[in-house]
Design a protein around this ligand. Structure first.
Ligand SMILES: Cc1cc2nc3c(=O)[nH]c(=O)nc-3n(C[C@H](O)[C@H](O)[C@H](O)COP(=O)(O)O)c2cc1C
Length: 375
């Protein structure tokens, strides 16, 4: 049998992807305000990137009002947000595409100015992100991160219920599945990692205890969706937002082998050679490869992301390290990315200045290859 290519089909849960060029979840800070509901511009953006049988993972969307740390992020907890997302999903489906929603809670990567009632952000423990990382307030000031409020043990089931409700809302909006955001230093990763989790209850201490929150969230979400329409994203070697486990292997081996038993749609990594949140252009060499190290522990579909080009993506598939490759920044600047990769067309470079916030510029105005040819 020939090794898989970016353009061979792939079964993901109940779906048959027609190619393996996945759009990575990308926060773009362009939701309607104050509703934080997706609007027609967002539907246009996703529809531009949809292809028949291609998988898009929509941007991280908080499941509850305490889950925000940035302005203009779309939520998935109000009726208006569900209605807005439904329009996005319909636009993607009209082009034959598939779309999952990434479920999010930022935990301590926030500021009280984003929180209901101006309260402190919540986290597993009252441990602030180190001052070398800067926090942007709702009115645009750059400050130190605040020390978050540690969630009480009795609040944790409520938080899990928020993920469950977010999953139900995503189902009501018509999504094809959901991805649980367990990466990049946000709430679930704060529970996973020893630097942000100093708890002494059943959610802290041992690896098994630190993995418990991830497992309970995943359990709740799979009860809504069925395991085969749920993905989980992890960044074992990431350092985004003050994260990073000194010795990731025991922690992530336990998490991944536990998740593997559930029959999920896929596991999704962020490779450490890219900046987890795309805020810097880096290509760290000589770093561990999440897909290479953890693939042997994962029996299902493995998606990975991080500084891939068409060639390196093809190589990762051919060498059996991953089953599909998610592209972030190049999907921003190349709405027709799968087609360009298939035909070896040149890629349009991305403009970092328009990643976060704004309107059409740098969002829906990137040309497709044919328009460039005609220009
Ligand atoms: C503008 C921007 C926003 C991002 N937002 C998210 C997000 O909402 N959720 C997430 O898991 N990763 C997010 N990421 C990380 C990307 O999904 C991806 O893993 C990363 O950009 C590496 O892939 P790339 O090198 O192809 O861009 C973001 C990255 C960028 C550049």
């Amino acid at each position: 049998m020939n090794p898989p290519s970016l353009f061979s089909p792939l079964k993901v849960g109940p779906y048959e992807l027609k190619h393996r060029v996945v759009m990575a979840p990308l926060t773009r800070l362009r939701a309607a305000r104050p509703s934080l509901a997706p609007r027609p511009l967002n539907a246009e953006y996703y529809a531009q990137r949809a292809t028949p049988g291609g998988l898009l993972i929509a941007e991280a969307s908080p499941v509850v009002a305490t889950g925000f740390g940035n302005p203009g992020v779309p939520g998935i907890y109000s009726e208006a947000q569900v209605a807005g997302w439904r329009e996005v999903v319909n636009a993607v489906h009209a082009k034959g595409g598939l779309i999952f929603l990434q479920l999010w809670h930022v935990g301590r990567v926030s500021h009280s100015s984003f929180q209901p009632g101006g309260a402190l952000p919540v986290a597993p423990s009252a441990v602030a992100i180190s001052p070398e990382f800067r926090c942007l307030t709702a009115d645009g000031k750059v400050v130190d991160y605040e020390t978050p409020r540690a969630l009480e043990t009795h609040e944790i089931p409520q938080m899990i219920d928020a993920y469950r409700q977010g999953a139900k809302n995503a189902l009501a909006a018509g999504f094809d599945g959901v991805e649980i955001h367990g990466a990049n230093g946000y709430l679930i990763e704060q529970f996973l990692q020893s630097r942000s989790n100093l708890r002494t209850d059943q959610y802290g201490g041992s690896i098994e205890n630190r993995v418990r929150f991830l497992m309970e969230v995943t359990q709740a979400v799979t009860e809504v969706w069925g395991a085969n329409r749920v993905g989980v994203r992890l960044s074992p070697y990431g350092i985004a937002n003050g994260s990073g486990e000194a010795d990731p292997m025991p922690l992530y081996s336990h998490a991944i082998t536990s998740l593997d038993k559930l029959g999920l749609a896929y596991l999704h990594f962020i490779e450490p050679r890219a900046s987890g949140t795309g805020r810097a252009d880096v290509d760290w060499k000589d770093v561990p490869s999440a897909m290479v190290l953890y693939r042997p522990m994962w029996s299902g579909v493995l998606v990975t992301a991080g500084n891939f080009t068409g060639d390196s993506a093809q190589r990762a598939l051919a060498e059996g390290h991953a089953d599909a490759i998610a592209f972030g920044r190049y999907f921003i600047s190349n709405p027709d990315l799968p087609r360009r990769l298939q035909h070896g067309h040149k890629l349009t470079p991305y403009n970092r200045a328009t990643f976060y916030g704004g309107e059409e510029k740098g969002y829906t105005d990137y040309p497709v290859h044919d328009e460039l040819e005609q220009a």
